[in-house]
Design a protein around this ligand. Structure first.
Ligand code: SF4
Length: 490
């Protein structure tokens, strides 16, 4: 079978990376059933890989493949729903839901039916295979575990659940990725009833597709939705969408000028034991180190879910896993079984929100071995600190920031030092929010990263006055205090 190489791979179109072939299994909504868990464990054994990795879009990724997956393996994956039925649109089954959709105690709307309707629409519309594989759609039910800060191209955010007002009020707010790369999508002033969501999504996708045809360019680097919107301008793009939908005349796309720094969600709410909206049921958020799952672990989690949950696990875009629908009486047992798999469940473990891009072993642009350096940091921090809150620490091997630094408390940017030609790190606090360097502006050799990060964390713990003070908020205050102290006194 001839396989077309892609920059953003899907299961049918792997990409070439430094360490071999790279392929991704789309797991819409991050849900995996027991059969899928077993199939993945068998796949890993067949192809001789130690682990599969959960991505920051809650998909699964295989690296270092020596060759393409053969037809039998692809058929097996498709048969259990791990590959799209329609090979043309497998890459855009990029559907992100809150990992607690349908079980979140604070949720406004269970978005799973809407997400399924969108996936069915994709299966019936192979022409949408012309969209970039990076086209990403998010559904946020408005619960306590939100995805609104994730840099999706498009997110529908539930905004009302009042049964009395439902007939009069819109239920979803439309957010589009029109800001800088890597930032959260912004409201464009359009609210939708549930029934209007699918026509709107379809109209945006079709308008995007026509825009790609007009803009053209390298077919391997298709324009993102953002590029097409910028090409037309938001108002004109909205007008084209409106025409595509027909009937609904009230949609006018407007830039809402949102303060980007305000988009921040509690990313640790999904970890540990959490009560569900269903009486007497709990979910357990399990920490994975850099999203890695061995065959034994994924099979084990699937078995635990089958025995003590509802037969599903959920991958999260923080590269962790949730086991839903556990009864109170079984929590202790499940906790023990998860520990037996070598996994932890505490939100405050240094690995809980640790993210690293592919790094030098997998990406030609990387200056540093981000994955190995992140693992070294995690080990060092576990020995040094007991955290009272999780910290988002991101490693990016270059300025492209696949590790989504804007969401981080601490970012380590890889860069090649001009004078030595060596790959080192620049330490940044606050993911572009605070831009304070607590240590120094020098580049850090990888072996000094654990000490430098520890110093920054120790400073935070020693000096934060408010227990609720976030890391970036604290760093900003430090900077303001320093600036105040350096002002001449009159
Ligand atoms: S951030 Fe840079 S080095 Fe890391 S995976 Fe992305 S492009 Fe490669």
């Amino acid at each position: 079978m001839s396989v077309e190489r892609s920059i953003c791979p899907d299961i049918y179109h792997p990409a070439i990376a430094r360490d071999g072939l790279l392929t991704r299994l789309r797991t819409p909504g991050g849900v995996l059933n027991t059969v899928q868990c077993q199939t993945i464990a068998e796949l890993l054994a067949t192809i001789g890989l130690e682990y599969i990795q959960v991505t920051n879009r809650a998909n699964l990724q295989l690296r270092s493949l020596a060759q393409d997956l053969d037809r039998d393996l692809l058929t097996q994956l498709a048969a259990c729903g791990l590959a799209g039925k329609n090979t043309a649109v497998d890459g855009i089954r990029n559907v992100m839901l809150s990992p607690t959709a349908g079980i979140d105690a604070g949720e406004i709307i269970d978005v799973r039916p809407l997400a399924n309707a969108w996936l069915e629409y994709l299966d019936l519309h192979p022409e949408l295979g012309e969209l970039s594989n990076k086209f990403s759609v998010g559904f946020d039910g408005g619960g306590s575990v939100s995805i609104i800060d994730r840099p999706n191209d498009l997110t529908l955010l539930a905004i009302s659940d009042s049964p009395l007002e439902r007939l009069r009020q819109r239920e979803f707010s439309l957010h589009l990725g029109i800001g800088e790369r890597g930032t959260a999508p912004q409201s464009v002033g359009v609210n939708l009833t549930t029934d209007e969501c699918l026509p709107m999504l379809a109209a945006i996708a079709q308008t995007y597709r026509r825009g790609i045809e007009i803009i053209g360019g390298d077919p391997r680097r298709k324009p993102r939705l953002r590029d097409v919107i910028h090409y037309y301008g938001l108002a004109e793009f909205g007008e084209l969408v409106r025409r595509e939908i027909g009937g609904y005349s009230h949609f006018i796309f407007k830039n809402q000028c949102v303060d980007r720094s305000s988009v921040r969600v509690n990313s640790d709410r999904h970890l540990g034991v959490q009560q569900q909206r269903q009486q007497g049921r709990y979910y357990l958020g399990v920490v994975l180190l850099l999203g890695r799952l061995t065959g034994a672990q994924i099979e084990g989690l699937g078995s635990i879910a089958a025995r003590y949950g509802s037969g599903n696990i959920r991958l999260t875009h923080w590269q962790n896993v949730i086991i839903p629908d556990v009864r109170a009486i079984d929590l202790q047992t499940v906790w023990g079984l998860v520990s037996d798999l070598g996994l932890v469940q505490t939100a405050t473990h240094p690995s809980s929100l640790l993210i690293a891009c592919a790094g030098v072993t997998g990406c030609q642009y990387s200056a540093t071995d981000t994955q190995a350096d992140a693992i070294a940091l995690s080990k060092y921090l576990s020995a040094q600190f007991t955290f009272d809150r999780p910290l988002n620490i991101h490693f990016s091997g270059c300025a492209k920031s696949c590790a989504q630094h804007n969401l981080a408390d601490i970012t380590l940017w890889g860069e090649v030092e001009t004078s030595t030609g060596l790959g080192k790190y620049r330490l940044e606090i606050g993911g572009g929010r605070a831009e304070v360097e607590l240590e120094s502006s020098d580049l850090l050799p990888p072996e000094r990263v654990p000490i430098a990060v520890s110093k920054a964390i120790a400073t935070y713990y020693q000096h934060k006055l408010d227990p609720q003070s976030s890391f970036p908020g604290f760093a900003n205050r430090q900077r303001a205090d320093k600036q105040l102290a350096s002002k001449p006194k009159h």
